[in-house]
Write a protein that binds this ligand. Structure first.
Ligand SMILES: C[S@@+](CC[C@H](N)C(=O)[O-])C[C@H]1O[C@@H](n2cnc3c(N)ncnc32)[C@H](O)[C@@H]1O
Length: 300
């Protein structure tokens, strides 16, 4: 079988991929800012499907809008300071080699390095567009899928913020945590600030709300059962070292970010109505309101 592909991306020089495939085949190709990912295999790997989906779903915020998304929650000065204070409270004095996974443009990592006055920063994100926004020449930027990460080096500190939920099952999150653990020095620290919903039933409901539409799913948010994932991955039990501001999201936030339609909002309202008692997902007159906590956890 002969497969021929021509890119229709007018911003990049045209790329042609040709090949012979003797087995049943699919050609999957996705492009983010000139980076082409190609799979020509009979069954597409789970990691690839997730990476592809994460890129596609965030297309409206990559490279320009991320830091303004959700009322600028992720670039909010107070939130950044809470994160820096929590991290600084557990660091030694030595010069640190820091890895930031799922970094987008790496703002909180850059601010951490500035505040420490020393250290080296490496960013890893699946979106080249996000990484392109970081213009610090001393920061290393790596466009890669965390699920396939092998940097062949270890770091004193690995940070992650609001990214674990992009891996939509416990098993995948364990895989991610194991990969993170493999990139830590023996005494290295992992500091994670996940989107967190303490009652497990409410976490399941909010994850289901996201998974109600292809535009927002697949997601699996963190809850009190996160510690089992950490232990299973070889980490110590996560210890809370800080608390980011609570984030409230409404249907308007999701309409802007994911282009939800009236019927999709209605579908989410109907799902919430079946679970009226949740304090983390409420129906409102125009749509809904979701509540996320953002605790900061330390683990070794
Ligand atoms: C909610 S954003 C958080 C960005 C940043 N940590 C912050 O706090 O501003 C999640 C990030 O994870 C990245 N991401 C999603 N799936 C990924 C994957 N498989 N490998 C690497 N990065 C991924 C996204 O591109 C995005 O930048």
């Amino acid at each position: 079988m002969f497969i021929y592909y021509t890119s229709s991306n007018t911003h990049q020089s045209k790329k042609h991929i040709t090949g012979h495939f003797s087995t049943p085949h699919f050609l999957i190709m996705y492009c983010d800012s000139g980076i082409y990912y190609i799979n020509a295999i009979s069954s597409i790997s789970m990691a690839t499907r997730i990476a592809e989906k994460n890129l596609e779903r965030d297309r409206n915020v990559q490279g320009k809008n991320w830091l303004f998304t959700y009322s600028s929650y992720f670039s909010d000065e107070e939130n950044i300071q809470i994160f820096i204070d929590a991290v600084a409270s557990v660091l030694s004095d030595k010069e640190l080699d820091i890895l930031y996974v799922g970094s987008a443009s790496g703002l909180v990592g850059e601010r951490l390095i500035t505040s420490l006055g020393k250290g080296k920063l490496t960013l890893v994100d699946i979106s080249q567009k996000h990484l392109n926004e970081n213009i610090n020449p001393t920061t290393t930027k790596i466009c890669a899928d965390i699920l396939e990460l092998n940097l062949e080096k270890t770091f004193d500190l690995i940070i992650m913020r609001s990214s674990l939920d992009y891996f939509p099952s416990k098993d995948l999150q364990i895989q991610v945590l194991k990969i993170i653990k493999n990139h830590l020095t023996p005494n290295g620290l992992f500091i994670n600030q996940p989107a967190y919903i303490p009652p497990i039933e409410d976490r399941n409901l909010v994850s289901n709300i996201y998974n109600q539409t292809e535009k927002m799913g697949d997601r699996f948010f963190q809850s009190t059962d996160m510690k089992e994932l950490y232990i299973e991955s070889g980490f110590s039990e996560p210890q809370k070292i800080g608390d980011g501001k609570v984030m409230y999201l409404t249907e308007q936030d999701h309409i802007q970010r994911y282009e939800l339609t009236y019927w999709e909002v209605k579908g989410i309202q109907d799902l919430i109505k079946k679970n009226r008692k949740s304090q983390y997902a409420l129906v409102t007159s125009n749509g809904y309101k979701l509540r996320f906590e953002f605790p900061i956890f330390l683990s070794k």
